[in-house]
Ligand binder design. Sequence first.
Ligand SMILES: [Zn+2]
Ligand SMILES: [Zn+2]
Length: 385
Amino acid sequence: MRSIALLFFWLLVTTGCPAPRPPARPTQPPNEPGQTEPRPGSPQIAWKRVQTVADVPPAPAPGTYQVHMIDVGTGLAILVRGSDFAMLYDAGTNDRGEKPLRVVAYLAATLGPSGDDLCVDGGAPPVTRVKLPHVVLSHPHLDHASALDLVVHCYDIANFWDSGSINETVFYRELMSGIARSPTIAYHTAASPTDDRAISIKGTAIALPRWDRFSEGDTVQLGEGAKFTILHAEGKKLGDFNQNSVVLAVELGGAKLLLVGDAESGERKDPSYPVGDVEEHLVSQYPQLIRSDILQVGHHGSKTSSRRGFLEAVKPRVALVSTGPKMYGKVTLPDAEVIEELKHVGATILRTDEHDASCPVSGRIGGDAGPGGCDSWVLTITRAP
Ligand SMILES: [Zn+2]
Ligand SMILES: [Zn+2]
């Protein structure tokens, strides 16, 4: 009997069995319109689903801010707006078809239509071009970047923020060529400028004369009451582009939004495993700055990310999970273990994949074929009185 008990103990130690957890709080709000519980001195955060143009709220009034998680199918695109600025963080999908235009259609529905006939889904092109002051590419994977060349073509962008790690692909070459052609875009990257301020992608030299280097800790004012601080900047080519993810701590009228792209802890493991890689860096270097009201959940809710130690440091009130039906390797995301872990920290979870199989409404923004477009979410942040 004693030997059986010893064997069990040995198995427990050697298999790294996670420590038992108390059950998750059963009071998860439904995945429908809602808002955070009021707290004195804390900004109010309200959310609702966006499917058609009629669901899109008007531009935010001074003192309020919006965070849009655009349902791009299998990928990520987050639009942040104040009364005097806009910032797009990633715009890509792993799905095919109309999805790049879907992002531009969503921008048209929120910021206003802009560009030429490539930028409109039928109909006449708009007469004016619209400003989009900041666009950030977290890292150069297709599911984050595929729509950005069209965004660069259609909107007047002042600042493009890029990890600086080069992906030797046609889509990344097209994106960088569009940035180089633009007379207005300042190109910010974590990589040091080359002597001739040019890069080469698939044998094509691309000149980027307005190349400017950014570093961890840099803070950028977005607008009245809004700024971001860069918490991870890595321009070198590493084993996986996910390790280059540009991480931003965004402050919006006293609310905090953490954008992490596909930042990871390492291999796919249970969330109880120790933090590693970029998540470890964030927890150890910026324990105060990563504490956030809203978290864009890393790597589409994969078990590579969102370790317990990381989520307990962030403590999000709202968790944004952008994902779709296309497989990442052998899995579709998010992983159930990550969703459970998010519930344990008390987050309300908003997802873009709920109606991928069938959308209950017609008139989705940017077309009706394929997954995506049915579960975009807009969060409205109102400053504490
Ligand atoms: Zn990635
Ligand atoms: Zn991704």
